[in-house]
Design a protein around this ligand. Structure first.
Ligand SMILES: *Cc1c(COP(=O)(O)O)cnc(C)c1O
Length: 460
């Protein structure tokens, strides 16, 4: 039987230069070695003759290209969930993307006051904007809202008690459970009230010398309906102020604009929370705000100053790219007339169902051609959701395309979803009622979508 070529011989081949140019000598050599090892194994099993040097180099080149592809890749989010945590939540406005690139490229005045030539504070880049927009006296930001909640609890209630309504001991998702967060922040949770009803007297009875603060958590991902009672925020605020402890509200989504203008139900805003007497308010940067992942904390001057002094703040501080992006997004909020047009999250949420139907009409034929012989495509009404725990019970009417395999089997449906995920820009849809559904609310780049459809590889 003929022998495999040596690594050295292959490294001397003419075709190797462009590979070394692109991937470097170390990676190229490793890829050739791996390819040869794989072929050696196959040959031992099959008894086949070795492939040509050209074929071996081609296999190595393919492996190198695959390895070089970034792990984090763009996808088409056609799940119908606009703020999909697993798919990266909010897409940034172009203005924010430019700001990120500029901040990333070189040195900046991140913590430097140019006029004075002195050290500054990175929060200065966003603090005035946040205060102007929320009516707060001061503001700071950290990596995400989970961090913001932990930082607030740790600042005001380390080693102390935090009375919390039993109706608000929520799990947001993954490992973010309010009771665990309290414990990890060094606080003792004191449960008050019942699951469906909590009264002011429950809180009043729980406050004592060891109470650090009260935190009200916006139950953003579920609703308690029926015989319910919760304490109005202004009453809780007064109780806290009478006892000289801070009253914090964790809003979760925290939109800065009235969602009712998009036909969505009202979602509490930081401005309202301020008006209700909250001293500290936390919300996410990449939920309804439509910005980068961040935890925004706004509130009174004294309390925010205490938060900034906590050494945990240093551990949770945001990167310059986040600050650049958030500042750019906040600037867009100053121009409400063009806000929806510029902030993708709001633009997608506000997208009208007839406009989405238009997308279905335009891309439908290309999709039908791509699945021809495997299945058929029909228009379908869909219901999108905001995602990330915001207004979960509220569906937004949307439109989409449903692909039904000719073979009515779960295997065919799975193969369909897999083939769409295997496209150069993976398409993520959902399986529902024996069809693979693409909710088109979040499809804006129709040309890129249809351009890759001929690559759809279905078992026909
Ligand atoms: C989403 C959410 C959080 C966590 O925010 P992240 O930005 O995901 O860290 C905390 N509290 C509430 C009420 C939420 O909805």
């Amino acid at each position: 039987m003929a022998r495999l070529p040596s690594v050295d011989r292959l490294l001397k081949a003419d075709a190797i230069a462009p590979l070394i140019d692109t991937f470097g000598r170390v990676e190229t050599t490793a890829a050739i070695r791996n390819t040869l090892a794989g072929i050696r194994k196959d040959m031992a099993a099959s008894g086949d003759e070795p492939p040509t040097d050209t074929a071996i180099l081609e296999a190595a080149s393919e492996a190198l290209t695959q390895n070089a592809a970034p792990s984090l890749r763009p996808v088409f989010n056609l799940t119908g969930t606009v703020l999909h945590t697993n798919l990266g939540r909010a897409s940034l406005p172009e203005e924010a993307i430019d700001a990120v690139a500029a901040a990333a490229r070189g040195a900046s005045n991140l913590e430097y006051r140019i006029g004075e030539g002195k050290r500054g504070d990175r929060d200065e880049h966003i603090e005035d904007q946040l205060c102007a927009m929320t009516g707060a006296e001061a503001a700071t930001i950290v990596n995400n809202n989970a961090a913001a909640v932990m930082l607030v609890l740790n600042t005001f209630a380390l080693g102390k008690e935090v009375p919390t309504s039993r109706g608000e001991l929520i799990e947001i998702g993954g490992s973010f459970r309010m009771p665990d967060i309290m414990a990890q922040s060094g606080c003792t949770l004191v449960e008050v009230g019942t699951t469906n009803r909590t009264h002011l007297k429950d809180f009043a009875g729980a406050i004592g010398p060891d109470t650090g603060m009260i935190m009200k958590v916006h139950t953003s991902n579920y609703v308690v309906e029926g015989f319910t009672a919760e304490v109005p925020e202004p009453e809780l605020a007064k109780l806290c102020h009478d006892n000289n402890i801070p009253f914090a509200i964790d809003l979760g989504s925290g939109t800065l604009t009235d969602l009712a203008q998009f036909g969505l139900p009202h979602e509490p805003t930081p401005m309202e929370a301020m008006k209700h007497g909250a001293d500290v308010i936390t919300f996410s940067g990449d939920k309804l705000l439509g910005g980068p992942q961040a935890g925004i904390i706004v509130g009174t001057k004294d309390y925010i100053a205490q938060i900034k002094k906590n050494p945990m703040k240093r551990a949770l501080r945001c990167d310059k790219m986040t600050i650049a992006a958030l500042s750019a997004v906040l600037r867009l909020y100053a121009d409400p007339d063009r806000l929806v047009e510029r902030v993708p999250t709001l633009r997608l949420l506000a997208r009208r169902v007839d406009a989405i139907r238009g997308v279905a009409e335009r891309i439908g034929p290309a999709l039908a051609a791509a699945v021809d012989g495997f299945g058929s495509v029909t228009d379908t009404a869909c219901e999108s959701q905001i995602g990330s725990g915001a207004l979960p019970t509220r569906r937004i009417p949307s439109a989409g395309l449903a692909i039904s395999p000719n073979a009515k089997s779960g295997t065919a449906l799975k193969a369909l979803a897999e083939a769409f995920r295997a496209l150069p820009v993976p398409v993520i849809g959902r399986i529902q009622d024996d069809a693979f559904i693409l909710d088109l609310r979040c499809l804006e780049d129709e040309d890129s979508f249809t351009a890759q459809l001929p690559a759809l590889d279905l078992p026909r």
